[in-house]
Design a protein around this ligand. Structure first.
Ligand SMILES: NC(=O)c1ccc[n+]([C@@H]2O[C@H](COP(=O)([O-])OP(=O)(O)OC[C@H]3O[C@@H](n4cnc5c(N)ncnc54)[C@H](O)[C@@H]3O)[C@@H](O)[C@H]2O)c1
Length: 383
């Protein structure tokens, strides 16, 4: 009863915006694998979007994909280049494996096409810089596919930090883990060097980094000491199929100690597989209060339980637990809708690459520091 009454108040503030379907945007899908399905399902909920074309490097895959999705009259191609050269598109979703994110995105931007690029942004910082340059030159929208940004509890993390409740933030611990969670349900594109480029650090590490960096305003990273390992991926007994261990070429665990501008220390650890349930909750320590963000068993960017703020009231140490916020609608749908709106109405990118390049610079720094076996400086060139 009480809930129903509250819902009525809520409705006033969350009334659906009407979509103007008189002008449709033409969208193409690059890469017709696992995540492309989620993109298509969300685009189909947009009455102002027409999916007109798709591409996949594997001959026949795009055709089968659109048939399975029940969408007709989609023109299919065997590469991102063929698709962009032959179509008059407003926008593309880049749903390819990490290693081809940069080339597909740059090609689309250079040809005047707006891009929704799946996470992680790419594999290396150098690629991220090239993407940013192409974006800047093109003046087109480039948004990076972080759907947790649209989660109400994730937004609350940012609101708490930005409200000043914690005071000046000086230490952040983040990451996330899976005891067994090397993603191979559809083959080996997540674990081969040639297709994935990076492993857990890019796949799920990018979510943890975005959660905290977005909350504290994406300060510049200065230095990093990184560590990566592959003890589970290389061991046939931990793989869904023993032969996968032979092709495993990325990290399954990573850790990093990063100094950020403004005197913030970022302590990060991420795992696709380990002999532990979780490497710990995310914590953000400020001079006035601390925030605990509970982890999940299988980290994928969602918050595992109520947020807790540790602070003092009249000299007593107290803990305030925030009730979990209810999400209205699906976060993936919101990621697609916000991109479509940005394209149609010339709005800023919902998840800007200007921020995510910092996320990528930290990932890249951890990998390079681990390879060198020492701390390194992180330098992001002017773009
Ligand atoms: N946001 C999310 O929740 C989420 C979930 C899963 C995956 N992802 C991301 O989506 C991306 C794709 O993951 P996936 O699981 O769909 O991979 P996948 O291997 O199932 O599909 C990728 C497809 O891209 C095709 N491809 C690669 N380069 C191409 C090119 N130049 N032109 C045309 N096609 C090309 C491949 O042939 C393959 O079929 C990854 O970067 C992954 O991190 C995001």
């Amino acid at each position: 009863m009480a809930d129903n009454i509250l819902d009525r108040f809520d409705k006033v503030f969350t009334e659906e915006k009407e979509v103007d379907a008189s002008k449709k945007i033409k969208v193409g899908i690059i890469g017709c694998g696992w995540i492309a399905e989620a993109h298509v399902k969300s685009y189909l909920k947009c009455p102002d979007v027409e999916i007109v074309a798709g591409a996949d490097l594997i001959p026949g895959k795009a055709e089968k994909f659109f048939k399975d999705q029940g969408i007709e009259n989609v023109r299919c191609y065997n590469s991102h280049k063929e698709l962009i050269d032959n179509e008059e598109l407003d926008a593309v979703s880049v749903c390819t494996y990490n290693a081809t994110h940069a080339e597909c995105t740059i090609y689309a931007l250079e040809h005047g096409v707006h891009v929704l690029l799946e996470k992680p942004m790419c594999v290396t910082l150098e690629e991220a810089v090239e993407i940013r340059r192409a974006e800047k030159k093109s003046g087109k929208v480039l948004s990076i596919g972080f759907q947790p940004r649209f989660d109400e509890n994730m937004k609350m993390v940012k609101r708490i930090v930005q409200s000043g409740e914690l005071g000046e933030v000086y230490y952040i611990q983040t990451g996330g883990g899976r005891r067994r969670g090397i993603p191979t349900p559809y083959g080996t594109t997540f674990i081969e060097k040639e297709t994935a480029g990076i492993g857990a650090i890019g796949d799920i590490g990018c979510y943890s980094l975005d959660m905290v960096l977005n909350a504290v305003g994406y300060p510049k990273p200065l230095t990093v000491t990184g560590y990566i390992s592959d003890f589970f991926g290389k061991n046939p007994k931990y793989m869904a199929k023993p032969e996968y261990a032979d092709v495993f070429g990325v990290d399954d665990f990573a850790a990093g100690f990063i100094r950020l501008e403004g005197g913030i220390i970022l302590d990060f650890r991420i795992s696709w597989a380990m002999h532990l349930d979780t490497p710990g909750d995310t914590i953000i320590l400020g001079k006035d209060a601390g925030l605990r963000i509970p982890s999940t068993d299988c980290w994928n960017g969602s918050i595992g339980g109520p947020l807790k703020v540790y602070h003092d009231v009249a000299g007593e140490c107290v803990v305030t637990e925030l009730p979990m916020a209810k999400n209205k609608g699906d976060n993936f749908d919101k990621k697609i809708r916000s991109f479509v709106d940005a394209v149609k109405y010339n709005l800023p990118a919902p998840v800007p690459s200007e921020q995510i390049i910092i996320n990528q610079a930290i990932i890249d720094g951890i990998v390079k520091s681990a390879q060198l076996g020492r701390e390194i400086a992180i330098e992001i060139p002017e773009i």
